[in-house]
Design a protein around this ligand. Structure first.
Ligand code: AMP
Ligand code: GLY
Length: 428
């Protein structure tokens, strides 16, 4: 079988690598892919943008692709699954109506309210003076979110009323966020420890939780500095104990799938709940993503012993309830190496040196923003450039393996955190 992976980041490199490892897969096409996917055995890139749904459809039909897996949110929100299914193609991901769980924060908050899913209290606004009155009455801290997709830049955790007002004004009245900022959600500030809970959902509503993970969203060590798309992640996340995972399934994941069905929408695809877990172990939803996480995918799939294609097929055939995922018990730590300046303006085109020529025994370099220049050199092409995953008997050892590989790789301006996994290491 031929499999198409839509996207070109680290998540898609990990998906393509894992899918190519299936004995049932003859080849994997990644659209558009990156330098890492181009070099992966059984994998090739197709120069089609991840949001060009008509071109992706043509590609899938011409190549007789048997299964498509969608990495990023934009094509899901634009209805790629609906289009593919209308043409009789198998495509794993939520339909457009279901993807609203990620593409509209207001939709997600109101959906959670309707179905009793634990989350911070919130109000939505389209009018700045009403927003201002609410923020002034509420006080700080308060969290301000642009309704639509904003690549992680649409959330401001405001420590003062002034900061909250400035954020809301920029979203509602500025043009930086476009239509994504026409509605603003203001919600209570939650405290605790964050974790990512990601599951596969089948067409029949069966839910297979994947290994737990934790992302590091701040740019700098100790979770300081600006918010990013994610500077590293590890799996499993000990903060999510078996008891908490069970609560998340009962209080969050099942109510999402059941609530969607009650509203006439079948949710299937990856389902990602970003959680805040308080001191009592109560999970509350910060956000939903209708896709696999990036960089969580990289350490999670590194640990997956089962055949991912079998699980994807089971989900699309309504057999996921009878499937199980087997995991390497050893933890995996993924360190993101980013271009200088990221998450602000960053430079591209720098040559990356020190990339391992062959596979490493306890580590794997997943590419994200990389490309090959006219001289055949691997160069930086994005903000998050690589995610280096290490595996070991403990999180500390996995971290050591990851940084052992990281320390050999270089380009001008490279930046990365030195402490990925520190919360889990502190618990060891
Ligand atoms: P989101 O994209 O909604 O997950 O928000 C991005 C980040 O903002 C989260 O990972 C949290 O660190 C923070 N955040 C979002 N909502 C809240 C909240 N209600 N309370 C505290 N922190 C939050
Ligand atoms: N790592 C966070 C995300 O994928 O949204």
């Amino acid at each position: 079988m031929k499999v198409l992976v839509v996207g070109g980041g680290g998540r898609e490199h990990a998906l393509a690598w894992k899918i190519a490892g299936s004995r049932r897969v003859e080849s994997v096409i990644v659209a558009p892919g990156n330098a890492g996917t181009a070099l992966e055995p059984k994998v090739r890139n197709a120069p089609v943008a991840a949001d060009d749904i008509e071109a992706l459809l043509r590609l899938a039909r011409e190549e007789h692709v048997g299964l498509t897996v969608v990495g990023p949110e934009a094509p899901l929100a634009a209805g790629i699954v609906d289009r593919f299914v209308a043409h009789g193609l198998r495509c794993f991901g939520p339909r457009k109506a279901a993807a609203q769980l990620e593409s509209s924060k207001r939709f997600a908050k109101e959906f959670m309210q309707r179905h009793g899913i634990p989350t911070a209290r919130h109000e939505s606004f389209t009018d700045f003076s009403e927003f201002r009155a609410h923020v002034e009455a509420h006080g700080a801290p308060i969290v301000i979110k642009a309704d639509g997709l904003a690549s992680g830049k649409g959330v401001v955790v405001a420590q003062s009323v002034g900061e909250a007002l400035a954020a809301g004004e920029a979203m509602l009245e500025g043009d930086q966020f476009g239509a994504a900022g026409n509605v603003v959600v203001a919600e209570d500030f939650l405290t605790g420890e964050e974790a990512s809970f990601i599951a596969m959902v089948g067409v029949d509503g069966a839910i297979l939780p994947l290994a737990t993970s934790q992302d590091h969203k701040a740019r700098d060590d100790g979770d300081r500095g600006p918010n990013t798309g994610g500077m590293g992640a590890y799996s499993p996340a000990p903060v999510v104990t078996a008891a908490i995972a069970q609560r998340v399934m009962t209080e969050v994941m099942h109510p999402v799938v059941d609530g969607m069905r009650a509203e006439g929408v079948r949710y299937y695809g990856f389902l990602y709940a970003g959680l805040m877990i308080d001191a009592d172990g109560t999970p509350r939803v910060l956000e939903f993503n209708c896709r696999f996480g990036d960089p969580e995918t990289q350490p999670i799939l590194y640990r997956l012993d089962s055949d991912l294609v079998d699980l994807l097929d089971a989900a699309l055939d309504g057999r996921l309830g009878k499937s199980r995922a087997d995991w390497d018990p050893r933890p995996a730590v993924g360190v993101v190496m980013a271009a200088g300046g990221y998450p602000g303006h960053y430079r591209t085109g720098d040559e990356i040196t020190g990339l391992p020529a062959a596979g490493l025994p306890h580590a794997k370099v997943f590419h994200a923003g990389t490309g090959v220049d006219a001289a055949g050199r691997i160069v930086t092409r994005g903000g998050r450039v690589l995610c280096v995953v290490g595996s070991g008997a403990s999180v500390r050892e996995a971290q050591r393996e990851a940084y052992r590989a990281v320390d050999r790789i270089h380009w001008d301006g490279v930046q990365f955190r030195r402490d990925i996994g520190y919360r889990a290491i502190a618990r060891e």
